[in-house]
Write a protein that binds this ligand. Structure first.
Ligand SMILES: Cc1cc2nc3c(=O)[nH]c(=O)nc-3n(C[C@H](O)[C@H](O)[C@H](O)COP(=O)(O)O)c2cc1C
Length: 305
């Protein structure tokens, strides 16, 4: 079987499995290395205007059903990151490179987006969904008006596609409508869930920041619900993310309404070849079910009455 592909916002992803933001996206060499695993697209670490150290240790914890992280958006700032991105883009011409950005207001979002475009990024992804970085992320993505304003500012500043990554809000469909109205080309759903762990021996929260983001297999049902609700409401394409670990998980997301997928924690569970393994499993199921293309079954779970 030929490798399935997807076209989202004019970008060609083959296979439709994309490296999620924050996982190996820190330097050009880590991103180039990750591509050897078989990704069809790559999203950088979320980059802000100024350098940021992130939260104190510990920042990561493995749970029974996923991972907990409170990195706190550490990044070198767009001024330094430009070199990494330009270096990456020099070596990659057939795989879309998406620059993830975060900010606390419209002006900064627009400025970083223009920098990403200037470096040659194929698209920008607005991180409106980090659950553990005060003033950035989820605070914006849980509010229809603020989310719409951020998207509009970026839409008016760049010509490349604008992707918007949302948190798993209860009213995600309404937020999706607001960002679609503001000119988003696609929605990515979801980021991590705000969560915490307590250490019984020290009797303290485990993470240095106390709260963090929950990712991995345990969040798949939440991601699926979000994609399903978005598909019922919006017309722009959806990139599914959250707890995808196998080819079967990919197909569940496509049936819910996703046109392409992002994976992060699966690299921890299945190793650096995760995209290749997941894509192979997806192809095997598609073949045995007689499915020819991704498009043919996108959102098919909605036909069930
Ligand atoms: C260590 C770590 C760092 C992350 N950093 C970012 C980030 O910088 N920007 C962002 O939008 N999402 C970030 N995420 C969220 C992932 O991109 C993804 O949305 C989330 O982990 C759910 O997907 P998964 O279950 O496949 O990991 C991070 C996740 C992890 C585990």
């Amino acid at each position: 079987m030929l490798t399935p592909y997807s076209k989202v916002a004019g970008l060609h992803f083959e296979p439709p499995i994309i490296l999620a933001s924050g996982i190996l996206g820190q330097t050009s060499s880590s991103m180039l290395n990750s591509l050897k695993g078989g990704f069809g697209g790559i999203v950088t670490k979320s980059i802000g205007l100024e350098p940021r150290e992130g939260h104190p240790n510990p920042t990561m914890l493995e749970l029974n059903t996923g991972l907990l992280n409170a990195m706190g958006l550490p990044n070198p700032g767009i001024g330094s990151y430009r070199n990494e991105l330009q270096e990456l883009i020099l070596h990659v011409d057939d795989i879309p490179v998406i620059g993830s950005i975060f900010a606390s207001d419209e002006e900064h979002f627009a400025e970083i987006a223009m920098n990403m475009e200037g470096c040659g990024a194929d698209a920008v992804e607005l991180n409106l969904s980090c659950p553990h970085a005060k003033g950035f992320g989820a605070a914006l993505g849980n509010d229809q008006v603020m989310a719409g304003n951020m998207v509009l500012a970026v839409r008016n500043s760049v010509d490349i596609p604008v992707l918007v990554k949302l948190p798993p809000a209860d009213n995600i469909a309404q937020i999706g409508l607001a960002v679609q109205g503001a000119g988003a080309d696609a929605i990515v759903a979801i980021n991590t869930l705000k969560a915490m762990a307590i250490d019984v021996e020290t009797k303290k929260p485990f993470l240095g920041n106390r709260v963090g983001g929950y990712s991995g297999p345990g969040i798949k049902p939440v991601g699926l619900r979000c994609v399903y609700e978005l598909f019922s409401t919006i017309d722009i394409p959806i990139i599914g993310c959250g707890g995808i670990n196998t080819g079967r998980d990919v197909l569940e997301y496509i049936l819910a309404g996703a046109s392409a997928l992002q994976i992060g924690s699966a690299l921890y569970y299945r190793g650096k070849d995760a995209p290749h393994l997941i894509s192979k499993e997806m192809c095997e199921i598609m073949e045995s079910e007689g499915i020819g293309t991704i498009e043919e079954i996108t959102g098919a779970a909605h036909d069930y009455i």
